[in-house]
Design a protein around this ligand. Structure first.
Ligand SMILES: [Fe+2]
Length: 318
């Protein structure tokens, strides 16, 4: 399977005290890097003959895959956790935090203390809903790989020595085989059915232009790699492009404020793909204008930052 990039959910230019430089670097290099690593590891695992490969090779790839998967999940959640506002929980959340932590202040103190405890090191602090207990908890994770965010476990094998030493001594292999023979699959299936009832997190789709046909960065890259005829327009605002030196390889920059001046250059027989910085309004509005003018135009989801996050080729803007 190939994991797809999620366009940045927050509007980075609205954030208070977090610079565009910081957010872009974090999104493009760290989130994008984790996603690229995840796909590379997954591809390697899929091409591996796992029955014949040494267990340590499979094990280390699976460990790296878990770290990369959780890093992408948690980064998506992080960028979806930020917005310009007053920092106060909504009434609904204030009620839930008070119920489960005593008060909003109590929750905040704990969350902040946990984050402070990680300062100078690394890790995540997460507010987590546990469906079984129907309550919220704060959880810290010393690295990306300590939990699969949002996962509901349905089968567990304890590999601490205490779980097998009395019967098997150091023979973990025999313990693992015995465990396999003893799995209660009907009850796993019941748990699987229950897990299917847990609604997935709502998709991180940038909302305003939901009806407008968009195309993912991976698809655009595949079109370019296959040599398909496509006209790619970088429609980031002039103010933006003047302080950024890079542009997607294969794209031309056109001023979104003056569509009428350059629309005549485009061919109606080939598709047009247009994008802005992050996939919010400018690129979408330009796509709408081009569609109204009769072009087969789509906007590229996630914009320039998404292209960089998948490691798409970039050139210097002249
Ligand atoms: Fe990060």
């Amino acid at each position: 399977m190939r994991y797809q990039l999620t366009p940045i959910f927050t509007r980075p230019w609205l954030l208070n005290g977090l610079s565009l430089r910081l957010i872009e670097s974090h999104y493009e290099n760290h989130y994008g890097g984790a996603l690229r690593r995840l796909n590379a590891i997954t591809e390697q695992l899929e091409s591996l003959d796992v029955a014949k490969a040494p267990a340590y090779v499979v094990n280390s790839l699976k460990r790296e895959q878990l770290i990369a998967l959780n890093s992408t999940l948690l980064h998506e959640l992080y960028f979806a956790s930020l917005a310009f506002g007053d920092g106060k929980p909504t009434d609904g959340l204030a009620g839930a935090l008070s119920r489960d932590f005593g008060s909003v202040d109590r929750w905040r103190s704990e969350f902040v203390a946990m984050a402070s405890g990680l300062a100078g090191g690394s890790g995540w602090v997460l507010l987590v809903y546990v469906p079984r207990d129907r309550r919220l908890i704060n959880q810290s994770a010393g690295d990306h790989g300590q939990t699969v965010a949002g996962g509901v476990p349905i089968l567990a094998l304890d590999m601490y020595e205490h779980a097998y030493h009395i019967d098997f001594g150091a023979n973990a292999k025999a313990y693992i085989e015995t465990f396999q023979r003893n799995i209660d699959w009907p009850s796993v299936e019941v748990r699987y059915e229950d897990a299917l009832q847990v609604a997935p997190p709502r998709p991180l789709v940038q909302k305003e232009f939901g009806d407008l046909p968009g195309v993912g960065v991976e698809e655009v890259k595949a079109m370019l790699d296959a040599g398909k005829p496509v006209q790619i327009i970088d429609a980031r605002p002039r103010s933006y492009i003047s302080r950024q030196q890079d542009i997607m390889d294969g794209a031309v920059w056109r001023d979104p404020e003056h569509v009428q001046e350059w629309v005549g250059e485009l061919s109606k027989s080939d598709p047009v793909i247009v994008f802005c910085a992050y996939g919010f309004h400018v690129g979408c509005k330009t796509a709408i204008a081009l569609r109204e003018a009769g072009f087969d135009a789509k906007y590229m989801k996630g914009g320039h930052s998404a292209w960089k996050a998948i490691g798409g080729p970039i050139k210097l803007h002249s």
